[in-house]
Design a protein around this ligand. Structure first.
Ligand code: ZN
Length: 406
């Protein structure tokens, strides 16, 4: 197997914290050796081992590939008009999901698959090397099975979210719909999925219904994660902590009790800044959460209704600008935090034995991800040791980043 050495890295974020202080594991003038799909060596460029191929980072920054632990990428249709109306003052409500359900049911497997493949390319170009994908726009036994099956073609992190919203044909019969989700639907979806999820929110599912969904999933071997406290405070956080969920996602409205319960648990809080951006809700106070001891991850929640961005750098920029996170904390949340939210220790870090998922930025530090919002700063991406993306500047072989890197 051939080896690749990325050397002359000006700033390397490993996320392997040192007991003395820097929990982000930052190294300068560093190098990383890739052997096959794994990281084989990390250290000072001066001491780097020989390799078959040498990549000169030119003093620029390298970070772990982004781990986006929350997305809804299998869907039909588009809700641009709804976004436009919302920007003109209309309020976001959970029921908008139903219009995407109709468009998704009408789309063929091949149409959904083609779109999903397009999203996967879009993700790599922005440095995302691990993605979690949820079902939830089928809401029938046949359609939910299609969505988890298609998602499993592109990622191992598949989540069954049959309990996304009560479909129109079950209006006023939510408990009967929960019977369907926890019975026949779960049975056909569980073989394709790793996770069980529920939207525990007023207008979606009650805490009792949510508990039924999650417990049924656990019986089928799935691990729980929860959408909660997006539109207002509720009991979703307490339920997630009680059931040992890997993550509670949204968490825009948390009580002090919620924060204390999270801080004392292994449950990650995954914040989704693209949602607040796109729904004009107030941003959550990540500073309050981190200072209280909560583990905070960042994810895009890519979906056609409430957050149609797939850009982790964009979410990092918002988290720094409007949620009180430092650039290092935000990058940690988008890499190691996402990995923790998926209970993974082989991604989100640059350490010997971890998957060789790396991003070379066009910038000298990770700070630029927040400092230069909206600018494409991803220069090269490796996934499992394979070079899967290079920016056009890199393809042309032009050295247009030199002055930045010094
Ligand atoms: Zn979501």
């Amino acid at each position: 197997m051939s080896t690749t050495l990325i050397t002359n890295i000006g700033e390397l974020t490993t996320n392997v914290g040192s007991p003395e202080g820097d929990r982000f594991g930052t190294l300068h003038d560093a190098a990383v050796l890739i052997d096959g799909g794994r990281i084989a060596w990390v250290g000072s460029a001066d001491a780097a081992p020989v390799a078959d191929e040498i990549i000169d980072a030119g003093g620029r920054a390298v970070i772990p590939g982004f781990v986006d632990s929350h997305s809804h990428l299998v869907f039909g249709g588009d809700r641009a008009a709804e976004f436009e109306a919302r920007m003109a003052g209309q309020k976001y409500a959970a029921g908008g999901i139903r219009s995407t359900v109709a468009a998704t049911r009408a789309a063929s497997d091949d149409e959904l698959r083609a779109r999903l493949r397009g999203f996967m390319d879009e993700l790599l170009a922005q440095g995302t090397t691990t993605i979690e994908i949820k079902s939830g726009y089928g809401l029938s036994v046949t359609d939910e099975e299609r969505l988890v099956r298609l998602a499993a073609e592109v990622t191992p992190e598949v989540t069954f979210l049959g309990a996304h919203v009560v479909p129109a044909e079950y209006a006023d019969r939510a408990d009967e719909y929960v019977d369907l989700v926890t019975g026949p639907m779960l049975e056909v979806c569980a073989p394709h999925a790793r996770w069980i999820d529920v939207f525990c929110e007023t207008g979606a599912f009650s805490v009792e219904q949510s508990r039924r969904v999650l417990e049924a999933g656990v019986v089928q071997g799935l691990m729980p994660r929860v959408h909660a406290s997006q539109l207002g405070p509720g009991d979703g956080v307490r339920l997630a902590v009680e059931l040992g969920a890997a993550s509670i996602d949204h968490g825009t409205y948390l009580t002090d009790d919620d924060v204390a319960a999270l801080a004392a648990s292994d449950t990650v809080l995954t914040l989704l800044p693209g949602v607040e951006f796109s729904t004009r809700q107030p941003y959550p106070d990540a500073r309050r959460l981190i200072d209280a001891g909560v583990t905070v991850a960042l994810a895009c929640d890519t979906n056609p209704g409430s957050s149609f961005t797939s850009s982790m750098p964009f979410c990092i920029a918002i988290a720094v600008r409007d949620m009180g996170m430092t650039p290092a904390e935000a990058v940690w949340g988008a890499t190691a935090g996402g990995a923790q939210a998926l209970r993974r220790d082989d991604v989100g870090v640059i350490a010997v034995g971890a998957r060789a998922d790396l991003v070379l930025l066009t910038a000298p530090t990770r700070i630029h991800l927040a400092y230069r919002p909206g600018v494409p700063l991803v220069d090269q991406v490796w996934k499992d040791g394979v070079a899967v993306f290079a920016s056009p500047a890199e393809v042309r072989g032009t050295e247009n980043h030199g002055p930045l890197a010094r």
